[in-house]
Design a protein. Structure first.
Length: 243
């Protein structure tokens, strides 16, 4: 028997249609009950419970208890990134399950990828952070520069708190719809939360869609994607004063 990681086992766990539907439903970053996941998968609660045990035993899911209720969520960023990558590969190979629906354009523009911003605006954000020197890529992975650290602090991001976490501060995630990179990691998650706290964006209930207001999209692009380095600092300071 060959040694090493068992990708066949991982593939079998994710490849079952019911389990794939459950995992995809959790890509919004929330936690769902077994009944809710059963509805997403189109199976009975009993069957869903069997699937959930397998996913939990492989550390793909975690279980949270609140009172008498049990909720399930993706285990961590690694699982979310893997699912997003697989979705991108499926899209590029033409392996789609349904026709384009009414929410598809909204999903492609801006959505939650587990806990960070994805879609066209997520990709544009990542490109702007690179172009402004806020991020640089080292061995294919994003790294926050010294100038970038200053900009993030000016924008209201508590980097000191983020760096106490075991999660990486920055990591790349391949966007399935735009087929380019967006920003994951604790910084990616915190930026999305910051956009929400500023009133720039809100998450659609029971969906992965993120809606940006007209002002919010303008501010996002102006702050991170269409500003030179000097004016970026002035804009970030203004945003801090307004909150």
């Amino acid at each position: 028997m060959k040694e090493g990681p068992d990708i066949a086992q991982l593939g079998a766990l994710i490849g079952d249609p019911a389990r794939a539907n459950m995992l995809t439903a959790l890509m919004a970053g929330g936690a769902l009950t077994a009944s809710e996941l059963a509805a997403e998968a189109g199976v009975t609660v009993q069957t869903a419970s069997s699937h959930l045990k397998k996913l939990e035993s492989a550390d793909l899911l975690i279980q949270r208890k609140q009172g008498r209720h049990r909720y399930f969520a993706l285990a961590d960023d690694d699982v979310g990134a893997l699912l997003e990558t697989m979705m991108g590969l499926a899209a590029r190979r033409g392996l789609t399950r349904t026709r384009t629906g009414p929410k598809d354009p909204a999903l492609r523009k801006a959505r939650v990828c587990y806990n960070h911003l994805a879609g066209e605006l997520g990709v544009e954000l990542y490109g702007g952070l690179l172009a402004s020197g806020t991020l640089e890529e080292v061995d294919g992975e994003p790294v926050l520069t010294d100038a970038g650290r200053e900009r993030m602090v000016q924008f209201g991001i508590d980097l000191a708190a983020l760096e106490t976490q075991r999660r990486p501060l920055c990591r790349s995630c391949l966007d399935w719809s735009a087929r380019r990179t967006h920003l994951a990691g604790s910084l990616g998650q915190t930026l999305l939360s910051r956009f929400e706290s500023l009133g720039w964006a809100r998450r659609e209930a029971a969906s992965r869609v993120v809606h940006f207001t007209e002002r919010g999209e303008t501010e996002l692009l102006a702050t991170f994607c269409r500003q030179d380095q000097n004016s970026h600092g002035n804009r970030s300071q203004r945003i801090m004063r307004d909150t």
